[in-house]
Write a protein that binds this ligand. Structure first.
Ligand code: PPS
Length: 307
């Protein structure tokens, strides 16, 4: 019986996964069924990896990268939903959808690949092949809010519980991919040792054009200004929210119940202020200082002029 079979064999509800530790990092048990193939994944030197902690703006960066590689051609970027254009390396849900490694095996290189893996769990071949990697980071307060809403609507994540319960789970790293702090620091420490472009969600919000040009140069591309203008427009929150190839409406409702929360939810910096209580903010800050001690990474939890 597959994960989405009901007791009588019909399609009913998905059984939510449990978290199990993978080298100390909590992961959905369903992903571990294919872990051996992930570990053995053979990257090509021209492959590009987009890495993030969940909810850091992965889909946004994926769309930006695809637009740059397709020379700003919007029709070509509508060739398939995001999860087919840029497969999710460690994704696995037997009996429901082919795992990321299987989709990637069918794609010609150079490929663009999505992952949420912390640096230490990355398949070795990405480093052996000296692949380019883009890491996008987002401030933890907005991630926490976004992740809570996502786990409420995504049946391939453990049940989030109440906001208060989720708040504590996140601070303890008891969510898929573990502690946000370890993830952003782990990639930050590696950024000068490998070809890694480390960018920030808040910077893209502040000045999308500037960050798109940064990504374009990293990819070794030079597109005319008018094409870059088009990419800014096509990758705006509103455009991506309306685009069925980037808003994940292609995922069946038994997996992503977008009546609970839309995938393209708010796309803002500072939405945490609508969720955090004063006590939660205080607890968050105390924990943050402790966990980020000695780290030079700086995050913005609001933007001038509020965006
Ligand atoms: S996932 O499931 O981890 O791959 O999700 P991810 O794509 O990393 O993050 C989803 C959040 O990114 C927001 N998003 C955007 N914000 C601004 N502009 C654009 N174009 C954009 N595209 C996606 C999306 O709305 C989620 O954030 P929240 O705060 O929940 O709205």
């Amino acid at each position: 019986m597959s994960r989405h079979d009901g007791p009588g064999g019909g399609s009913a509800e998905l059984q939510r996964p449990k978290l199990v530790p993978l080298h100390g990092v909590p992961m959905p048990d369903i992903f571990l069924e294919n872990w051996e193939a992930v570990e053995k994944f053979q990257a090509d030197p021209q492959d590009l990896l987009i890495a993030t902690y969940p909810k850091a703006g992965t889909t946004w960066v994926q769309e930006i990268v695809d637009f740059i590689l397709q020379d700003g051609d919007a029709d070509r970027c509508r060739r398939a939903p995001m999860d087919s254009r840029i497969p999710f390396l460690e994704f696995s849900c037997k009996g429901f959808h082919p795992p990321g490694t299987e989709l990637l095996a069918k794609m010609p290189s150079p490929k663009v690949i999505k992952t949420h893996l912390p640096f230490q769990l990355l398949p070795k071949s990405f480093l052996d092949q000296d692949c380019k990697m883009i890491y996008c980071a987002r401030n933890a307060k907005d991630i926490l809010v976004s992740y809570f809403h996502f786990d409420s609507m995504n049946k391939l994540q453990p049940e989030p519980g109440t906001w208060e319960e989720y708040f504590h789970k996140f601070l303890q790293g008891n969510v898929s991919y573990g502690l946000w702090h370890d993830h952003v620091k782990g990639w930050w420490e590696q950024k000068d040792k490998h070809p890694i472009l480390y960018i920030f969600y808040e910077d893209i919000k502040e000045d999308p054009r500037r960050e798109i040009v940064k990504v374009m140069r990293f990819l070794g591309k030079a597109l005319p200004d008018t094409v870059v203008d088009g990419i800014v427009q096509h990758t705006s929150f509103q455009s991506m929210k309306e685009n069925p190839m980037s808003n994940y409406t292609s995922v069946p409702a038994i997996v992503f119940d977008q009546t609970v929360s839309t995938f393209m939810r708010k796309g803002e910096v500072g939405d945490w202020k609508n969720h955090f209580t004063a006590a939660q903010d205080k607890a968050f800050e105390a924990d943050y200082v402790r966990r980020m001690k000695g780290c030079h990474l700086r995050f913005r939890t609001e933007l001038q002029g509020g965006q």
